[in-house]
Design a protein around this ligand. Structure first.
Ligand SMILES: Cc1cc2nc3c(=O)[nH]c(=O)nc-3n(C[C@H](O)[C@H](O)[C@H](O)COP(=O)(O)OP(=O)(O)OC[C@H]3O[C@@H](n4cnc5c(N)ncnc54)[C@H](O)[C@@H]3O)c2cc1C
Length: 587
């Protein structure tokens, strides 16, 4: 019996791990009405994206492939609130998204370390909250493991995998001949700050000492804004869970030694004189450990054939970026990039446990082979996977189904709901509401029928949006007085802004080095900022709803009136002369 008290929570859905996958799973489920607990062992949300680790949130390559849904909402909120890309503000943006959701009980500083089972179902999980010295027990009918390390797998007896599969298992060209337990390693990052005067640095005695010859493929260049020291990596040949503390100590000796090289190596001393050390992470960011075994294990050939699954629930589009297990201790290249198509579909059957009935997984721990993980692990991908799990949990709860039951009986609804929530599912089209389809649509803007075609982004070479001059309008009218609950809009957040172009303010979601002349960021100019709805009611009276300072891509406006017509008029954008709109619908 513990001397510390236990607090019990009863919810519909418990998410363990508050990286971007866990955050999106929790928020998606909560917005659909589930009572959710989000248990996160750190003081902040975001996992590898948070200020404790500072990795860039990246995703699918190529034109118009950028992920939308909740991860886009977070990104746009960050552009709006955080023009100088400050990590403390970014932490608050992620925290705010969960904290403002009334259906989420947020349990921070709470490490999940036990699960109570009822046969092959998880009945509850328990975490230790350090700050309050309290046990937090969460009972729920559905759980999602978004902890990266799959802590609920050993606790529940869920099947999982570690390391490389043998080439023969899935016939994967990139896999080694023999299976092994090696993984990609973990890293701590360094941030530098350019200052107006020279800064000295005295390394600690325990730091490693390097010369240029000792650092093949790893010469740091802090004048390059893409330098974030990701290759300060270890652990692939060890146990990436059990050995983390020892590996962190070794990584610190490497990182402080690397900064010594940047500052004091004879070739660097002068050119880097004005750079100061801003930050070194003390918490290694992990790339790989346990992966769940789901109803399907997605492998390399399925990535390469574009993942054309009937149960597509998310997509990837990052190359297969497979790190050398010896990482910093090899003289070879730290990683090998194998091309992957962008996009490739990720099936829903990879997002729940094969043998634990009420357990989802999302993030880097989904049911994929090591080779596939080397692509699916990037965070915009993890975020849309998390959102898919949150929506699936809502449907499972609504229909009293298991995660597998959602696959068998409610797959189409899962996909339609995801697309309604602005998650793109390549190859599928959203069904607009019957009200929208049956209404008469008139507009002063060109090609306005695209506003209700169920595609919310450019498709192939088709722009698929409607351009409004300021003053133009689009209007739905109805044959008879009709109740309209709300209007739905998808504005253009410029999915090609993150083109990695030199000089683009969107090149990196956050900065790794802070330069003296660092540019500020701003909302994409394509976005609608102010707009107005003119509602003609049954009695002929008109009501005007004006929305100002919008920074969201997916926007709902509550109406809840009996109406004859609804007119939408953009009033301004964040910079472009015309407003570009993908969708305007009513429901
Ligand atoms: C150095 C490095 C460079 C990378 N580069 C990129 C990049 O440039 N772009 C990109 O998009 N991705 C990059 N990745 C990959 C990406 O960061 C990860 O794959 C991704 O963060 C996985 O998301 P996740 O939500 O599954 O896990 P995480 O982001 O790790 O989040 C999981 C969270 O769960 C918490 N947790 C763990 N155990 C428990 C527990 N028992 N109880 C409660 N909470 C728990 C963790 O503390 C963590 O906050 C990189 C990774 C590393 C390490």
């Amino acid at each position: 019996m513990s001397v510390f008290k236990t607090i019990n929570h009863d919810v519909d859905f418990c998410v363990v791990g508050g990286g971007l996958s866990g955050l999106c799973a929790a928020v998606a489920a909560a917005r659909h009405g589930l009572k959710v607990a989000l248990m996160q062992d750190r003081p902040m949300l975001g996992g590898n994206a948070s200020s404790e680790i500072r990795m860039w949130v990246l995703g699918a390559h190529g034109e118009n492939k950028q992920e939308t849904g909740l991860v886009e909402e977070l990104t746009l909120m960050n552009y709006h609130r955080n023009p100088y890309k400050n990590y403390s503000i970014w932490d608050s943006v992620m925290w705010e998204m969960a904290k403002q959701e009334k259906n989420i009980t947020l349990l921070l500083n709470c490490s999940c370390l036990d699960a109570q089972m009822n046969g092959s179902r998880i009945a509850s999980v328990t975490g230790w909250q350090t700050t309050t010295q309290t046990w937090q027990t969460v009972r729920a009918s559905l759980f999602a493991d978004c902890s990266g390390d799959s802590v609920l797998a050993p606790l529940s007896g869920a099947e999982y995998r570690v390391g490389h599969e043998a080439r023969s298992e899935f016939n994967e060209e990139n896999a080694p001949l023999k299976a092994d337990r090696q993984t990609m390693g973990m890293s701590i990052l360094i941030q530098a700050r350019e200052t107006a005067s020279p800064k000295t640095y005295i390394p600690p005695v325990w730091a490693e000492k390097y010369t240029k010859e000792m650092l093949p493929h790893r010469i740091p260049d802090i004048k390059n804004d893409s330098e974030n020291f990701w290759y300060l990596e270890l652990g692939g040949t060890r146990d990436s869970i059990a050995d983390t503390e020892e590996l962190r100590d070794e990584l610190l000796c490497i990182a402080y030694g690397m900064w010594d090289f940047v500052k004091n190596d004879p070739e660097n001393r002068e050119k880097n004189a004005n750079f100061d050390l801003d930050w070194i992470g003390f918490l290694p960011g992990k790339r790989e450990s346990r992966r769940y075994t789901g109803d399907l294990v997605m492998s390399q050939n399925e990535v390469q054939s574009e993942g054309k699954f009937e149960d597509i629930a998310a997509y990837g589009g990052w190359p297969m970026d497979d790190h050398h297990p010896e990482a910093f201790r090899t003289r070879e290249e730290p990683t090998t990039y194998y091309p992957a198509p962008s996009p490739f579909g990720i099936p829903y059957r990879c997002l729940y446990s094969r043998n634990i009935e009420n357990l989802f997984c999302a993030g880097r721990n989904i049911s994929v082979s090591h080779v596939t993980l080397s692509s699916t692990r990037v965070m915009r991908t993890c975020a849309i996977i998390g959102e898919a799990v949150g929506v699936a949990a809502f449907l499972a709860s609504h229909y009293s189904e298991t995660p597998r039951g959602v696959y068998k009986n409610h797959l189409k609804e899962l996909q339609q709901t995801l697309m309604e929530d602005d998650c793109w599912l390549p190859g599928l089209c959203r069904e607009p509401s019957t009200l929208t389809k049956n209404a008469k649509l008139a507009s002063t803007a060109g090609s306005f029928e695209v506003l209700r075609n169920g595609n919310d982004r450019p498709i192939e070479n088709e722009d698929n949006g409607c351009y409004f001059e300021i003053g133009d309008f689009a209007e739905y009218s109805f044959d008879k007085d009709t109740h309209v609950k709300r209007a739905r809009f998808v504005f253009d957040s410029d999915l090609n802004r993150d083109t990695q172009l030199e000089g683009s303010i969107y090149k990196h979601p956050m900065y790794s080095t802070y330069y003296l002349n660092t540019q500020s960021c701003h909302m994409p100019k394509t976005m609608v900022k102010d707009f107005c709805l003119t509602i003609t009611m049954a009695d002929g009276e008109q009501k005007i709803i004006e929305k100002n300072g919008n920074y969201k891509r997916l926007v709902y406006v509550d109406i809840d009136l009996c109406v004859k017509a609804i007119r939408f008029q953009p009033l301004s954008t964040w910079g472009n002369p015309q407003a570009h709109v993908f969708s305007f619908e009513v429901e």
